[in-house]
Design a protein around this ligand. Structure first.
Ligand SMILES: Cc1cc2nc3c(=O)[nH]c(=O)nc-3n(C[C@H](O)[C@H](O)[C@H](O)COP(=O)(O)O)c2cc1C
Length: 152
């Protein structure tokens, strides 16, 4: 993941409704409409922090960027995050997604069950990455920028 010298890769946007299939899969995701001008990383699965701008709360996440090829949705690229430690629905809220590391390519799985198995592994990997030194540095950056924004 490429960083600027001072701030780790992140995007901001608003939580919007997705296809509504994630909860049935056991992986409810918040779909994020990235702000115009936000740098959206290339399609892949990533570990990252979710910063809720309304409260400053931070959650551990696994982020999917892609067109959900397993379900042949459309060519549109979706930005979605599964929060490991929170199951609230937070439609309409502004969030920041702070990318820690890329986990794997997006795959067109043969079945939803295969996707769910892979997603479980992604979350385990993501937990390790979030707890790493790099994960903590990204979190420090995210909170510092948030504090600066709210106190401005
Ligand atoms: C951890 C994780 C990994 C994912 N990996 C893939 C993938 O490799 N291929 C794919 O088609 N979709 C992948 N997805 C996206 C799911 O297809 C998507 O979350 C699901 O279809 C629900 O979409 P919805 O929120 O629009 O209902 C992944 C989602 C998560 C949370």
């Amino acid at each position: 993941m490429r960083d600027t010298p001072t701030v780790h890769a992140h995007l901001t946007g608003v939580v919007v409704h997705g296809a509504g299939r994630g909860r049935g899969l056991g992986f409810p995701t918040a779909n994020v409409a990235a702000d115009p001008g936000s740098l959206v990383p290339p399609p892949a699965i990533y570990s990252g922090w979710v910063l809720r701008h309304s409260t400053g709360a931070v959650h551990r996440g696994t982020i999917s960027i892609g067109s959900n090829p397993t379900f042949c949705d459309t060519a549109d690229v979706h930005v979605e995050v599964y929060c490991h430690d929170m199951s609230d629905e937070f439609y309409g809220e502004r969030v920041g997604l702070w990318f820690v590391a890329r986990i794997r390519d997006t795959v067109k799985f043969a079945s939803p069950d295969d996707l769910v198995r892979a997603a479980r592994q992604d979350v385990l990997r993501s937990e390790v990455l979030l707890s790493s030194d790099r994960g903590r540095r990204v979190l420090t950056d995210a909170l510092a920028l948030y504090e600066k924004t709210v106190s401005a």
